[in-house]
Design a protein around this ligand. Structure first.
Ligand code: GLY
Length: 350
């Protein structure tokens, strides 16, 4: 996999060079978009990447709704009706939903064609577009069906962030905090300081460093059998908190914000179970409180959240498993946490 990281020269110009190379000689490009990326990102892509000017477009609904087998099936049919052969290259232009769906469709079509991810959200640039995980939802249950299928190229162009509202950028900030907590204490400190100062503009070199940390982790464990699971810090709590906020018809939490709160729970338990320095928990709490209002959970809420946590894919032997942190840069995977500990964390975070 080739990753085009942000640097002083435009990522899209470098993508054009890659696509003009021998490896893509006979390629036929299809660009997968949703309404947002069709309107706000596609014109910039086409204007900068000459090689994509003859592409065909495939448009799907915005958001999680597109991660559906019926939509994947329609896309396969469209490719087939267009006589798309094994030289087809699917260019996924969008956030995590588009890259999850597009990767899935590419993995299945003719037993696997190439795909290129061009993430347009911060969460996509630092996490979702990298690493070859593809996914669809099944009857409302997130990411239950998917393949590992590595993209041929990932092109990270931070200019696309200009098309996003701040709330969407914030989602990605929590994934960056997570990656730096597990992978680079110095950058973690720098990002925290920026957020505390109210400097919301995320630096391009930070996006590049964050993506590089993820690439290095995926390289060690591409099929998520061990080490890669450190990327799930805060996610066992986060996914359940997100699902519960939707079910409960409170103001639904976005994925990144729920993960942000989930990381807080994981750090709380890390202090209790692994002796993490409480100052790290306090600092993270201070940063998070600036970015998102922390929920005040009741015992009834903890019951609802726990029921989602029991369904988590990472559980084994009937136990709920989490990633916790021994110290910055030293995560521990697959730690069993009991329901009293989870309840305690949820009640104490705010
Ligand atoms: N988003 C976590 C992973 O790619 O493994």
């Amino acid at each position: 996999m080739k990753t085009i990281l942000p640097s002083r020269t435009s990522s899209l110009a470098r993508l054009n060079r890659v696509l003009s190379g021998k490896a893509f000689d006979n390629a036929r490009f299809f660009i997968l978009v949703d309404e947002n990326t069709y309107n706000h990102c596609l014109p910039r892509l086409i204007a900068s990447v000459e090689r994509l000017q003859e592409s065909e477009f495939l448009e799907v609904p915005v958001g999680e709704e597109c991660k559906d087998i019926a939509i994947a099936s329609q896309l396969w049919q469209t490719l087939l009706d267009s006589n798309a052969d094994r030289n087809t290259v699917l260019v996924n232009l969008g956030g995590g939903c588009i890259t999850d769906l597009g990767g899935f469709v590419a993995a299945g079509y003719k037993r696997g064609v190439r795909h290129i991810n061009i993430p347009t959200t911060l969460i996509g640039m630092v996490d979702a577009a990298i690493g070859g995980k593809t996914a669809l939802n099944l009857n409302g249950s997130k990411n239950q069906v998917g393949f590992f299928h590595q993209p041929a190229t990932v092109c990270i162009e931070p200019a696309f962030l200009d098309t996003l509202p701040d709330s969407e950028v914030l989602n990605g900030v929590f994934e960056m905090l997570k990656t730096f907590l597990i992978g680079d204490p110095v950058l973690y400190g720098r990002l925290c300081q920026m957020l505390l100062n109210g400097t919301f503009e995320i630096l391009h070199d930070m996006i590049a460093s964050c993506a590089e940390i993820k690439i290095a982790i995926v390289k060690q464990d591409p099929r998520d059998l061990g080490t890669r699971r450190i990327l799930n810090l805060g996610h066992t709590f986060g996914h359940a908190i997100e699902a519960y906020s939707h079910q409960n018809n409170q103001k639904p939490l976005a994925h990144g914000q729920a993960v942000g709160i989930g990381i807080l729970c994981a750090l709380y338990l890390s202090v209790r179970k692994l002796g993490l320095d409480p100052a790290i928990l306090d600092r993270y709490r201070t940063v998070t409180t600036k970015l998102v209002s922390l929920p005040h959970y009741t015992l009834r809420d903890t019951k609802g959240i726990l029921s989602y946590m029991r369904q988590d894919k990472k559980n084994a032997g009937g136990e709920i498993r989490c990633v916790l942190l021994q110290e910055q840069g030293a995560p521990v995977i697959d730690l069993a946490v009991d329901e009293n500990e989870i309840r305690d964390a949820l009640l104490k975070i705010s």
